[in-house]
Design a binder for this molecule. Structure first.
Ligand code: GLC
Ligand code: MG
Length: 568
C-alpha cells in the first residue's frame, strides 16, 4: 500500500483503549471502592500514558453481586460509583482532554432486582414475557424438575441454568448466576427497552459501547437438551445473536446520522471458538456489524508458546479478516488471569510491542502498563460469584478476583488507591515495589517502555503497513516486520527463550542495511539505545526490542511482503 493512498479511517479503528474496572481504579471518598470521581482524578495519568479511549466496565445501579454485571437500573449510576452528575462531569473532563469513553452494555441478562423482573415474576403486563419462563415438568414423586439439561456458568443451583420461582410457579433461565435472569431477546418490547438504554447514554455523549456476552443472547426455542459432546449448540452462538448485533449497529449508526454526531465505537464480547461466527459479527454485504473483541492472546498464548505457534495464531486470525477490516488486540481483562501472570512477568514489554504495533485497536487493562500481577485472594476475601459458587476447595480455579485488585499507584498505604486501609479486594503485597510512581521515576520500567510504544504506534507504518511474522533460532525468537512504502522498516524482535540469543535478521529482508537503530527496548534488555548489526546482536532471555532500518521502503523491495501478507 502506498502512503498517498492510506485508507480513510474512523477514529475508533486504530484507537488505544484503556479498560477500567471501576471498583479497582481509584477511590475518592474513602469507602475502599473505586468511583467515578476517582477516575476523574486520574484522567491526567491516562492522558499522559497516550490513551485515546476509556472502556468502563458497568457502573449502573446494581446489587453488585457480579460486580455490576447484574444491573437493576440501566439508566442510572450506582451510588457506590457516584451519580449522574458525576458521570456528566466525567464525560466533560474526558472530552476536554480529547479522550473518549465507551460503556459496557449487558443485553443478555439483568439483575433479579430489576423492576422488569419483579413485575415479570408477578405476571404484570407488559413484562410477562421479558424473561425466559417455562413450566418444566413434574417427576414421579410430584417434584418440579427443570425443562432440560442446560447448565449455568456459575454453577449455583447444582449447575442447572434454571431456577424455580415460587411466586410465578415457573422456571426462569439464567446462563450466569441465578440472580442474573436472561432477558427474552425474542420479545420486541425488550429490544425497544435496549434501544432506549442506548439512547439514554448516547444523549449523555458516550462514544460507544462494549456489548457484553453476545453468544448467550439467544437459546433454542424448543428448549432441546444440549449433548455436550462437541460444544453447546442450543444455548451458545446462535445466528440470531449475530443478527441482533447488526440491528444494534444500524440503530446506533442511524442515531449518529440523525444527530449529526461522530461515529461510535462498538465492540462485541465473545469467546466463541468458531472463527466463522466471529467473522460474521463484522457484517456482510447487506448489514454492517460489530467487531468482536479479539481474545486470541488470552485463549491461545501461554507462557510456553513458541515463536512458530504465536506466529500461527496471530497470522491465522489476521489472514481471515476481510480486506480493509481492522481487528483489535487484548492481552488481559477482568475475566482472566493478568497477562503478566499468565504469559510472563518479564515478557510484558514484548507483548506490548505486539499488541501496540500490530494493526488495529489495542486494549490495555488497567495496571497492565506496570505489569501488575494476579493477587492471591483467600477464601474469606473472595467476592466473585464464579469463585464463591465453587466452595473453599475449588474457588481459586474459578475466581476472577485475583485480576481485579486495586490499581497500584504508589508505595503509600493502600497503594494510593484509597485512604481506607481496607479495600474492596486486598491489594497485591508487591505494591511497595511495583507501582506507577516508582516506574515513572525509573529510567527504565514497563511503564516507560509502554509509553514509548504508544508514541510509536501512531506512525502510519503501524496503522496501515504490511506485516510479516518470522520465527528464528529454533522457535525461540519471534520477529514481526512492519513495512510501508516510503517509510522506514521496523522489526520487533522478541526472545521467548530462557537463554540469551544471538539474532541475525539478514534472512528476513534482502538488502538490509548493515546496522539498525534501536528505537524501543524492553526494560530487561541490556541496551536501550544505539545501533545493532543486522546479522549479530544479542537479546537476553525474555528481552524484546523494536529496531528501525533507516532506508525507506521502495516499491521493489516490498514485493516479497505483498505475497506473504495482506494489505490493510
Ligand atoms: C461477561 C463479563 C463478565 C460477567 C459475565 C456475566 O462475560 O465480561 O465479567 O461476569 O459477562 O455478566
Ligand atoms: Mg441469553
Amino acid at each position: 500500500m502506498d502512503n498517498e493512498e492510506l485508507a480513510d479511517r474512523e477514529w475508533w479503528e486504530t484507537t488505544l483503549i484503556y479498560q477500567i474496572w471501576p471498583r479497582g481504579f481509584q477511590d475518592s471518598d474513602g469507602d475502599g471502592e473505586g468511583d467515578l470521581k476517582g477516575i476523574i482524578n486520574r484522567l491526567d495519568y491516562i492522558t499522559n500514558l497516550g490513551i485515546e479511549t476509556i472502556c468502563l466496565n458497568p457502573i449502573y445501579v446494581s446489587p453488585l453481586f457480579d460486580s455490576g454485571y447484574d444491573v437493576s437500573n440501566y439508566t442510572d449510576i450506582d451510588p457506590l460509583f457516584g451519580n449522574l452528575s458525576d458521570f456528566d462531569n466525567l464525560m466533560q473532563e474526558v472530552h476536554n482532554r480529547g479522550l473518549k469513553v465507551i460503556l459496557d452494555v449487558i443485553p443478555n441478562h439483568s439483575s433479579d432486582q430489576h423492576e422488569w423482573f419483579q413485575l415479570s415474576a408477578r405476571n404484570v403486563q407488559p413484562y410477562i414475557d421479558y424473561y425466559i419462563w417455562t413450566n418444566g415438568s413434574i417427576d414421579k414423586n410430584g417434584k418440579n424438575i427443570p425443562p432440560n439439561n442446560w447448565i449455568s456458568t456459575y454453577n449455583d443451583e447444582n449447575g442447572s441454568a434454571w431456577s424455580w420461582h415460587d411466586k410465578r410457579q415457573q422456571w426462569y433461565y439464567h446462563k450466569f448466576h441465578s440472580s442474573q435472569p436472561d432477558l427474552n431477546l425474542r420479545n420486541e418490547k425488550v429490544i425497544k427497552e435496549l434501544m432506549g438504554i442506548f439512547d439514554f447514554w448516547l444523549k449523555r455523549n458516550v462514544d460507544g459501547f462494549r456489548i457484553n456476552a453476545v453468544p448467550y443472547f439467544f437459546e433454542d426455542e424448543a428448549l432441546r437438551n444440549e449433548s455436550f459432546v462437541k460444544k453447546d449448540i442450543y444455548t451458545f452462538g446462535l445466528p440470531e445473536s449475530t443478527a441482533l448485533l447488526y440491528i444494534f449497529r444500524e440503530y446506533i449508526d442511524n442515531w449518529v446520522s440523525r444527530n449529526n454526531a461522530t461515529s461510535k465505537l462498538l465492540i462485541a464480547e465473545s469467546y466463541d471458538i468458531s472463527d466463522d461466527n466471529l467473522l460474521a459479527y463484522y457484517g456482510n454485504n447487506t448489514h454492517k456489524g460489530i467487531a468482536p473483541l479479539n481474545f486470541k492472546f488470552i485463549t491461545h498464548i501461554h507462557n510456553n508458546s513458541n515463536a512458530t505457534y504465536i506466529k500461527h495464531i496471530l497470522e491465522k486470525w489476521l489472514k481471515l479478516l476481510p480486506k480493509n477490516i481492522m481487528t483489535n488486540w487484548v492481552l488481559s481483562n477482568h475475566d482472566n488471569s493478568r497477562a503478566a501472570s499468565r504469559i510472563g512477568f518479564n515478557r510484558i514489554d514484548g507483548l506490548h510491542m505486539l499488541s501496540l504495533l500490530l494493526p488495529g485497536q489495542a486494549y490495555t487493562y488497567y495496571g497492565e502498563e506496570i505489569a501488575m500481577l494476579d493477587t492471591k485472594i483467600f477464601w474469606n476475601s473472595t467476592i466473585d460469584p464464579m469463585g464463591c459458587a465453587r466452595g473453599i476447595n475449588e474457588y481459586k480455579y474459578f475466581s476472577r478476583d485475583p485480576a481485579r485488585t486495586p490499581m497500584q499507584w504508589s508505595s503509600k498505604s493502600s497503594a494510593g488507591f484509597s485512604i481506607n486501609e481496607t479495600t474492596y479486594l486486598p491489594i497485591h503485597l508487591n505494591y511497595i515495589n511495583r507501582n506507577v510512581e516508582i516506574q515513572r521515576n525509573r529510567i527504565r520500567s514497563n511503564l516507560k517502555t509502554y509509553k514509548q510504544l504508544v508514541i510509536l504506534r501512531k506512525q502510519p507504518v503501524f496503522t496501515d503497513g504490511d506485516y510479516e511474522f518470522v520465527s528464528l533460532n529454533n522457535d525461540r525468537v519471534l520477529v514481526l516486520k512492519r513495512s510501508l512504502k516510503n517509510y522506514p522498516l521496523y522489526f520487533i524482535v522478541i526472545n521467548l527463550g530462557l537463554r540469551q540469543e544471538k539474532v541475525n535478521l539478514t534472512s528476513i529482508h534482502a538488502n538490509l542495511k548493515n546496522t539498525l537503530n534501536m528505537v524501543v527496548a524492553s526494560s530487561n534488555a541490556i541496551r536501550v539505545t544505539g545501533t545493532v548489526p543486522r546479522d549479530n546482536f544479542i537479546l537476553t532471555a525474555n528481552a524484546a526490542v523494536v529496531l528501525k532500518s533507516n532506508e525507506k521502503q521502495e516499491q521493489t523491495t516490498t514485493e516479497s511482503i505483498i505475497t506473504t501478507s495482506i494489505c490493510f
